[in-house]
Design a protein around this ligand. Structure first.
Ligand SMILES: C[S@@+](CC[C@H](N)C(=O)[O-])C[C@H]1O[C@@H](n2cnc3c(N)ncnc32)[C@H](O)[C@@H]1O
Length: 247
C-alpha cells in the first residue's frame, strides 16, 4: 500500500472509538444525502446497496431502516471502523469488504453510496466514474475547496505549509458529472461550521475524527508554535458537495 494510504488507514483505525462522539457534521451529511435520494429519486428501490468508506455506518443505519429487505455491502479501508459497524448492525443481510475502494473490484449494485469518504482517494474523478459505471444510482457527498480554509490560513500566517488537502471546486465537479451524461442527476452544496475554543481543541477534533493526515510534513515544534499562538476561538467550515447520478 502506498504510504499516504497507510497513514490514512492508521488514522481512521485509531479514530474508530472516538469518531461517533465528534462526527456530528458527518451524521448530518449522511441524513441530507439520503433525504436528497428519497426526494429526487423516489423510484430508487434497490435490491443491493454498497456503501463505500462506511466508517461507523451512518448511511447504512438510515438505509437499513428505509430498505429492510435490501442486501447491504459495507466497505472501508479501516478494519476497526468495520469492526465498530459490525457491532452496531448485527444483520445477516450485511456483508463487509475491507479494502481500498480505488483498488478493490466490486460487483454491480443497484445503489452505491458514499458519505464524506471520496475526498480521501488519490483520483477523485476516476473513482466517481468507476462507481457510476458499477451502479444504477450513485449517491455521494465529498468536500469542496474552501473546506477548513480558516485552519489553512493559521498555518500560512505562521509561514508554515497548510496541513489540508486540495479539494475541487463545485463547478469543476459539476462539469465532470455532466460529462458522464447520466440520464438524470442532482447536485447541491452546503456549508457546515464547527467552533473550537483554541487551536489545540481543533487538533484534538481532527485526530478524534481520523482526519489528521496531511500531505505536508508538520513537525511537533511547528504544532506547538500554532498551539501557543492560537489560544482563541477557531471556526472551521466544511463545504460539502452532494450528488446523485442515475444511468
Ligand atoms: C470521514 S469518514 C466518513 C465515514 C462515514 N461514511 C460517515 O458517514 O461517517 C471517511 C471513511 O472513509 C474511509 N476511507 C478513506 N479512504 C478510503 C479508501 N480509499 N477506501 C475505502 N475507505 C476509505 C476511512 O477509513 C473512514 O472510515
Amino acid at each position: 500500500m502506498e504510504l499516504a494510504k497507510a497513514y490514512i488507514q492508521r488514522n481512521f483505525n485509531r479514530a474508530s472509538p472516538s469518531y461517533d462522539a465528534v462526527a456530528s457534521i458527518q451524521k448530518k451529511c449522511a441524513t441530507h444525502l439520503v433525504g436528497c435520494l428519497k426526494n429526487h429519486f423516489p423510484t430508487c428501490h434497490p435490491d443491493t446497496i454498497l456503501d463505500l468508506g462506511t466508517g461507523t455506518g451512518y448511511i447504512p443505519e438510515i438505509l437499513l431502516y428505509a430498505f429492510p429487505e435490501t442486501k447491504f455491502t459495507l466497505n472501508d479501508l479501516s478494519s476497526t471502523m468495520l469492526d465498530t459497524v459490525k457491532k452496531k448492525l448485527p444483520s445477516k443481510k450485511v456483508t463487509y469488504i475491507l479494502g481500498d475502494m480505488e483498488l478493490q473490484d466490486f460487483d454491480f449494485h443497484d445503489l452505491i453510496t458514499s458519505n464524506l469518504a471520496l475526498q480521501w482517494v488519490d483520483d477523485l474523478y476516476k473513482t466517481i466514474r468507476k462507481f457510476y459505471e458499477k451502479s444504477r444510482f450513485f449517491a455521494f457527498s465529498s468536500l469542496l475547496d474552501g473546506t477548513f480554509s480558516e485552519w489553512s490560513k493559521i498555518f500560512t500566517d505562521s509561514s508554515l505549509p497548510p496541513p489540508i488537502h486540495r479539494y475541487p471546486s463545485r463547478r469543476a465537479l459539476a462539469d465532470y458529472i455532466g460529462s458522464l451524461q447520466p440520464s438524470k442527476y442532482f447536485c447541491d452544496a452546503s456549508t457546515f461550521d464547527v467552533v473550537f475554543s483554541s487551536a489545540v481543541d481543533c487538533m484534538r477534533y481532527l485526530k478524534a475524527l481520523g482526519a489528521n493526515y496531511s500531505h505536508q510534513h508538520i513537525t511537533i515544534s511547528d504544532l506547538k508554535k500554532i498551539i501557543n499562538i492560537y489560544r482563541d476561538k477557531i471556526k472551521l467550515t466544511y463545504q460539502v458537495f452532494f450528488c446523485i447520478l442515475s444511468r
